[in-house]
Design a protein around this ligand. Structure first.
Ligand code: ZN
Length: 492
């Protein structure tokens, strides 16, 4: 996050300073408005469902007694990773041979011509015009229509970090590239980011089939299981700010990738086919708005000055709800008989947010490359503060603060605040106040939401909505559509 000063204000606001920030948030699907007055509960959203499927934390991974696929794999060592990959491809093939003719009438799905396993640590072989030595990757080779994977480093690392469904995720993505060429949804002019978004979306479509229980080989729970799959997409994201969505090499931020996966999971392959450059351009967070600023300048410390800036932005964003702004104090205090929630706590009776500054500072540390998740970055810390602020807005509206829907409304409102602090892409937005978020920030929010201990999607007692998919979706809806759906969609 960065404070905006004359030094780093990049351009004049497109709409000029006189235009109310609450007038229009030009995002996906046109403009969403921050409504005046209090939110209402039109309801209808179930917290026990994930895109229409029951929320569950059952087993995820290969099914007991699943058959062994006999698909030929070139170069295989017949080890566990290759068996897993082979079964994954067989299953994904089955899904697409059934789904493809329905999704793309008049077209037929044919499996890829070859499957190739290689050892990135061994003597290289030539694949798709490249030597595989040191290539820790899985890829679809379009000119020769085959899928290849590194069985020695990539697959075991994914399997160890995220479980076997991580391997299935990566192969479903590669098959997604084969699908887009068969369906004709990719054109030769398409930017890499569009192709990648489509492939992630097709991955989501396949995982719905698995989550519905229709896969012969695999099962995935809609709770912890999908959390891990989205964790893989988060892990293999582009580092925002390093590549721009217009670059040839962009694959998408974590936010972009999880968005595409959720579109495919919720709406199926036809939604993926609609993805083109303009669709992606409207919602990507992979932009380079703050490239001239040194990276260290984009992490706000947790101190009084930054807290004031964050508080000010929250006042501004939620002003038109009419809710009385809460007091923010920098010492964690119990609320009557109720214990405080850390790192931030909202007390409805006094309309006060109390903060555990050392705990916030810990969360604000940048995540380390070694995968130590004690810190997520500054945005993740301030989003916890924003989440308690969102509870004060809900209280003013007479909404319950202790049910599961409260957690979803909270995540959505934190998203709407975040979305209003984004200046890019390409100057379409008219951000509020003097605080901006940089591309990394939204991904910090996604990482924290996929973690076990965040308040961003938690009710007043600190109970987090159990299903990660729902947490991320609510946050995403807020970022992309603004405040309005937070109370209508998640009315409880
Ligand atoms: Zn790809």
């Amino acid at each position: 996050m960065v404070p905006v000063s004359t030094r780093n204000r990049r351009r004049q606001r497109i709409l000029g300073p006189a235009v109310s920030v609450l007038a229009c948030i030009a995002l996906v699907g046109g403009c969403s408005q921050v409504v005046s007055g209090t939110p209402t509960t039109l309801g209808g959203y179930s917290t026990t469902e994930v895109a229409g499927l029951p929320a569950s934390n059952g087993p995820s991974g290969p099914k007991d007694g699943a058959p062994e696929s006999s698909l030929p794999v070139e170069g295989t060592d017949n080890g566990a990773m290759d068996k897993l990959a082979r079964n994954a491809v067989a299953d994904i093939d089955t899904y697409w041979s059934e789904t493809f003719p329905k999704a793309f009438p008049g077209k037929r799905f044919a499996p890829v011509k070859r499957l190739v396993s290689y050892d990135s640590g061994g003597p290289g072989i030539q694949l798709c015009g490249e030597n595989t030595t040191g290539v820790v990757n899985a890829f679809y080779c379009r000119p020769e229509d085959f899928i290849a994977w590194d069985r020695s480093t990539l697959l075991p690392e994914l399997n160890n970090s995220f479980g076997p469904m991580a391997v299935v995720t990566v192969l479903a993505h590669e098959m997604g590239h084969a699908v887009q060429h068969r369906a004709g949804t990719a054109t030769s002019n398409d930017q890499v980011i569009v192709l990648e978004q489509q492939a992630d979306c097709f991955t989501g479509a396949y995982f719905r089939h698995v989550a519905e229980g229709s896969s012969k080989y695999f099962q995935v729970s809609t709770g912890e299981g999908l959390n891990q799959v989205m964790g893989v997409l988060n892990f293999i994201r582009d580092s925002p700010g390093d590549s721009d969505f217009r670059d040839g090499s962009a694959h998408g931020s974590a936010f972009d990738r999880v968005t595409a996966f959720q579109f495919g999971f919720s709406e199926g392959p036809q939604r993926c086919a609609k993805m083109d450059f303009s669709d992606v351009q409207k919602r990507t967070t992979l932009f380079q708005a703050w490239k001239p600023i040194q990276k260290q300048d984009t992490d706000l410390p947790v101190d009084q000055k930054s807290l004031n800036a964050v508080e000010q932005s929250l006042h501004t964003v939620f002003r038109d709800t009419g809710a009385e702004p809460p007091k923010i104090v920098t010492e964690l205090k119990p609320c009557g008989r109720e214990q405080a929630t850390s790192p931030a706590s909202y007390c409805p009776s006094t309309n006060t947010i109390s903060l555990d500054i050392p705990a916030l500072q810990k969360i604000a540390q940048p995540p380390s490359k070694s995968g130590d998740t004690s810190g997520y970055g500054d945005f993740a810390a301030y989003a916890q503060v924003a989440s308690r602020y969102a509870l004060s807005v809900q209280k003013a509206a007479g909404l319950p603060l202790d049910d599961e829907a409260a957690g979803l409304r909270t995540a959505c409102m934190v998203g709407s605040w975040s979305g209003l602090l984004v200046e890019d892409p390409i100057g379409q937005r008219n951000p509020v106040g003097n605080l901006r978020i940089v591309p990394d920030d939204i991904d910090e929010g996604v990482s924290a939401l996929l973690g076990a201990d965040s308040l961003i999607a938690a009710n007043v007692r600190g109970d987090q909505v159990p299903v990660g998919f729902a947490r991320v979706e609510a946050f995403r809806v807020g970022v992309q559509q603004g405040f309005a759906p937070c109370s209508t969609k998640y009315g409880g």
